[in-house]
Structures are given as structure tokens and as C-alpha cells.
Design a protein around this ligand. Structure first.
Ligand code: LMR
Length: 425
């Protein structure tokens, strides 16, 4: 039965972790800048204190059990996550109105990937069959997270790209992006990274988002927001700005009726392996929401029946408790600040080594390292340079993306010298 099966290529991101662990060099020599997972100043994974406290509360709770949770998650989880995403303190009113109008179908997803997958299945299997061509095509930025194309293509969607990054300026290719979106057909879906674009770290400015959403509206496209790094750019509420912007547009012009948002607690709560997140589908009315919700249930039931409940119980405790929530916000700020500091440290080291980088926005050629946002730097290193660094036990994806979280004070000097070395050779 299996003799005709061909060897699949290794995953471009997760295979780096395997290669890193298989590398026999001492731990303190190796540098893992591959997968986007937060590390503390000593290079260790960080279990947030808010999460530890939530886990202790769960363990001490005599009512805790391991029963199945409902197909789309518990009503507590869904309610808290909706409030967290759409009714943040300090956010203007628009997204709140969508909740008040009961137009948002939210479900617990298996982190970002699983949430996107549920949405892809709905688009490919229901929206497409029930409304003709719409739902059949999705456009993702070029470049994008390596898994995006696979998630949608494996559901049967046609995946295209729109231009996003300009390697000449290490910034947003705004005109090209707008041209590409303007050439799409009504009903096409367009995937937008809410913040901390993966892999480039280049996010549109406020004014640029306005222009992008204008084309989305004019062309009648379906926006799919993906938010894996909420809190790592400006703050938990601040990073939702484009979602609020879209909601305002939906309510004022009424020309965009639907949107989707996938969100993950992997990075900002450090719950990587717990696989917890959410999908939210903004519908045109309460009636439409009920129908969409019923289809989401069918999709989830046939894929994995119902979501796991350890991670979601932690989320419920943190989002539902004022003190834990405030503590968590502080911890997200610690992660955000460390990432910014490490960008700066790498930048300074390269500048001090007088290694001229591939950038064009300043005298050192490395200014983009500090201009980009979030967990990743798109360094501009070529695949050959990445290979040369891997021979020195420094791991990063072949497109030159580095996970800044893997940098610390103990390894930044060796890293900078190695980068300078591959630029000199
Ligand atoms: C990454 O881009 O490194 C992360 O999103 C982890 C993953 O699943 O690829």
C-alpha cells in the first residue's frame, strides 16, 4: 500500500530544531535562531508566572476534571476570548458593537495553525460550494509564514501571493501590494498578518493599513487576519488596531460584511505545546452567525471532535482574573522589551565590527534589524550565507529569518562575528 509514497521534504522551520538538537557541539556553542519561540536571557524557555499560578489554581480546584469540552470550546472560554479580542479596555467602540450585535462566531482553535485550518475548511468546503467561486482562492503575502500556503492548499484552495516585501528598501512594497490586491476578484480571500509580520517583521503603518483596507473594500475581498504575535509589537490592545479599523469600516460603510480572525496564545502566553487559540468569523447578522457556527461545529467534529482543555483552562484563568491578567500584560511587556533590546544589541555589535549589512536605509546597512517588529528579523542573509552559518552551529531559516528570541548577551558576540565573517568571505 505504501510503496508508491514519495519522501516529503522536511518542514523548513521545525526541522531546524531537530537539526539543532542533533548537532553534537556543546549547548553553549550552538545558537538556535530557527523556530519562533521565546527564550529568556539565559536561552531557556520561559513559563510565565501568570501561567504557573493559573496551573496551580487548576491543580488545587477539586471541581477540575478531564471531561470533553464542547465542540467549539466552553462558553467561558469563548466569552472571555471574545471580550479579549473585541472589547479591550481602551479600544474604540466598533468591535464591541459587532459583539453586541452578536455577529461573531468564535471557537477555540488548536493554536494558530488549527484555527486557520478550520477557517480554510469552511472556505473550501462550504463557502465555495454554497456561493460558487467565492471561497476557492486565497492570497497570502510574499513572503509569508512557510505553513500558510500548505494549510489552505491542503484544504483544496488555490493559493496565490501578493507582493509585500521590498528587498531594495527592506520595507513594505506598498504600491505593488495595492496593485496586486486591486487585481483580485470579488470574493477572493486575502490573508493579512495583524502585527509582527512573519517572516519579515515589516508591518504596515496606520495610514498604509487604511489604504490596504480601502482596496479590500473596493474589491469586495474577504479579509483573513492572522495574529500569532499579539503584544510583541506595541501592546496587547495596541496590536489589535487594524482589527478595530476594519470593524469601524464594516459598521460605517457596510460594504464589508465578513472577516475572519485567527489568533494564538502560543507566543504571548508561552503555551506553545498546549495548542490553544481561537478562530472568529464576523458575519452579517445574528442569523448568519448561527448558520456559520453550525458548520464550524461539523468541521471540527470530523477533524478532531473537540479541542483539548488544559491550555484553555489556563487561558480562562488568566483572562478571567483581573490580577493575573495585569500580571500577564506585564510579562508580555518583558518579552517585547527583551526582543527589542536584543535587536539593538545585535545591531550595535555589527556596527562596531564595521560589518556593512545588506540594508539601504542607513549608514550601517543593518538599520532594518531595529526597524522591524516582533519576534523575527529578516536579515537579508542569502541562503549560501545561512548555510555557512549553519556549519558554525548557528541555525536560522534559509530565507535569512532569525528568531530574535534566540539571541542573548552570552551569544551575541559570537553571532555578530560569525555574521561579519560570512559577509567578508
Ligand atoms: C515560526 O514561524 O517559527 C512559528 O510560527 C512556529 C511554527 O509553527 O512555524
Amino acid at each position: 500500500f505504501f510503496s508508491g509514497i514519495e519522501l516529503a521534504p522536511p518542514d523548513p522551520i521545525l526541522s531546524l530544531t531537530t537539526a539543532y538538537h542533533a548537532d553534537p557541539k556543546p549547548e553553549e556553542y550552538k545558537i538556535n535562531l530557527g523556530v519562533g519561540a521565546y527564550r529568556d536571557g539565559q536561552g531557556r524557555p520561559w513559563v510565565l508566572d501568570s501561567v504557573r499560578q493559573a496551573e496551580q489554581q487548576i491543580a488545587a480546584d477539586k471541581r477540575n476534571n478531564h471531561e470533553y469540552v464542547p465542540i467549539l470550546g466552553t462558553s467561558t472560554y469563548v466569552g472571555l476570548v471574545q471580550r479579549f479580542l473585541f472589547q479591550q479596555e481602551g479600544m474604540p467602540f466598533s468591535t464591541r458593537l459587532l459583539v453586541d450585535e452578536d455577529r461573531i462566531a468564535t471557537g477555540q482553535g488548536i493554536s494558530g495553525t488549527g484555527s486557520l485550518k478550520v477557517m480554510a475548511e469552511l472556505l473550501a468546503k462550504k463557502v465555495k460550494s454554497d456561493s460558487g467561486r467565492a471561497g476557492g482562492r486565497v492570497f497570502i503575502p510574499n513572503p509569508s509564514w512557510a505553513n500558510h500556503a500548505s494549510i489552505f492548499a491542503s484544504s483544496g484552495m488555490e493559493v496565490g501571493t501578493y507582493r509585500y516585501y521590498d528587498p531594495q528598501t527592506q520595507g513594505l512594497a506598498l504600491d505593488a501590494l495595492l496593485d496586486d490586491l486591486a487585481a483580485l476578484l470579488p470574493g477572493d480571500a486575502v490573508l493579512l498578518h495583524v502585527c509582527c509580520h512573519n517572516p519579515t517583521g515589516v508591518d504596515p503603518s496606520d495610514a498604509e493599513w487604511d489604504q490596504i483596507l480601502q482596496v479590500v473594500e473596493d474589491r469586495q475581498l474577504l479579509p483573513i487576519f492572522d495574529m500569532a504575535y499579539q503584544g510583541f509589537s506595541h501592546g496587547i490592545a495596541e496590536d489589535l488596531a487594524v482589527v478595530e479599523k476594519l470593524a469601524r469600516r464594516m459598521l460605517s460603510s457596510g460594504l464589508i460584511e465578513n472577516a475572519m480572525l485567527s489568533q494564538s496564545f502560543a507566543k504571548n502566553l508561552g503555551l506553545y505545546g498546549e495548542r490553544v487559540g481561537s478562530f472568529s468569523l464576523i458575519t452579517a447578522s445574528r442569523e448568519e452567525k448561527a448558520k456559520v457556527q453550525s458548520q464550524l461545529k461539523q468541521i471540527v467534529r470530523s477533524m478532531y471532535s473537540s479541542p483539548p482543555c488544559h491550555g484553555s483552562k489556563i487561558v480562562e484563568r488568566v483572562l478571567g482574573d483581573e490580577q493575573l491578567y495585569a500580571q500577564w500584560c506585564g510579562e508580555v511587556a518583558v518579552m517585547r522589551d527583551r526582543l527589542k533590546q536584543m535587536r539593538l544589541l545585535l545591531f550595535e555589535q555589527l556596527r562596531n565590527l564595521r560589518c556593512h549589512g545588506p540594508g539601504t536605509t542607513g549608514p550601517t546597512g543593518w538599520e532594518h534589524l531595529v526597524q522591524q517588529q516582533g519576534m523575527f528579523c529578516f536579515t537579508g542573509l542569502s541562503p549560501d550565507q545561512v548555510n555557512a552559518l549553519q556549519k558554525q552551529s548557528i541555525y536560522m531559516t534559509s530565507n535569512g529569518r532569525i528568531s530574535v528570541a534566540g539571541i542573548n548577551e552570552a551569544n551575541v558576540e559570537r553571532l555578530s562575528r560569525a555574521i561579519a565573517g560570512v559577509f567578508a568571505s
